[in-house]
Ligand binder design. Structure first.
Ligand SMILES: C[S@@+](CC[C@H](N)C(=O)[O-])C[C@H]1O[C@@H](n2cnc3c(N)ncnc32)[C@H](O)[C@@H]1O
Length: 196
């Protein structure tokens, strides 16, 4: 069985090349513009408090801080976090902390948005995790989950993610992310965002 420390080491090993795919580092202006436009359409207007759980190299955390959001990014992998801190240097409104996204070291009921891209699928006990994420939200807060069921066989189907969120008693709305602008290439698998 893989323990938590092995997971951390595995993600640390990914950090150096993590930003290379178009959707990871958003280094291509078209991909960056596509994600900016998507997120600004889904989130409440800034300034709003965003928890970006499993923030990786901080791409979305910093993008949102640049738009005026007050963002806390959480990741357990020191090498990912180191890159996130470097990326966020000089950008006001972004804080990056080491911690477990499954049990976020954040104050309950103080966030307008809990954002998580491509992390939920890999966490154990997803119903409990979703419950803790909902607890972070203010009464009118939003959960924004970007996930996929990828051609590799990994991931969560949209139906699985919808059911996880609806089991908390919340409404959940699915938006497919089929447009290749998000990924820098055509994709044939299931990619989506669920907002609740
Ligand atoms: C696929 S990357 C996604 C990064 C970022 N959300 C993005 O969209 O670019 C997954 C990230 O989640 C982090 N991660 C995975 N499990 C975690 C956990 N239990 N607690 C904190 N971070 C975790 C990894 O270290 C990695 O940075």
């Amino acid at each position: 069985m893989v323990n938590a420390q092995q997971h951390v080491r595995a993600w640390d090993a990914e950090a150096q090349a993590y930003d290379e795919p178009a959707d990871h580092g958003l280094l291509d202006p078209a991909a960056r513009a596509a994600w900016r436009s998507l997120l600004l359409g889904l989130l409440p207007p800034p300034p709003a408090r965003v928890a970006d759980l499993g923030c990786g190299t901080g791409t979305l955390s910093v993008l949102l801080a640049e738009e005026g959001f007050d963002v806390v990014g959480v990741d357990f992998a020191p090498e990912m976090l180191r890159r996130a801190v470097a990326k966020g240097a000089g950008t006001p409104g972004v804080q990056l902390v080491r911690g477990d996204a499954a049990v976020p070291p954040l104050e309950r009921a103080t966030y307008d948005v809990v954002l998580c891209r491509h992390v939920l699928w890999a966490l154990p006990d997803q119903p409990a995790v979703i419950g803790r994420w909902v607890d972070l939200l203010r009464p009118d807060g939003r959960l924004v989950l970007v996930e996929g069921s990828w051609s590799t066989g990994a991931g969560l189907t949209a139906q699985q993610t919808l059911e996880l969120v609806r089991a908390t008693g919340r409404l959940a709305i699915l938006t497919p992310l089929d447009d290749e602008a998000y990924w820098g290439r055509a994709t044939g698998d299931e990619r989506y965002v669920v907002v609740s």
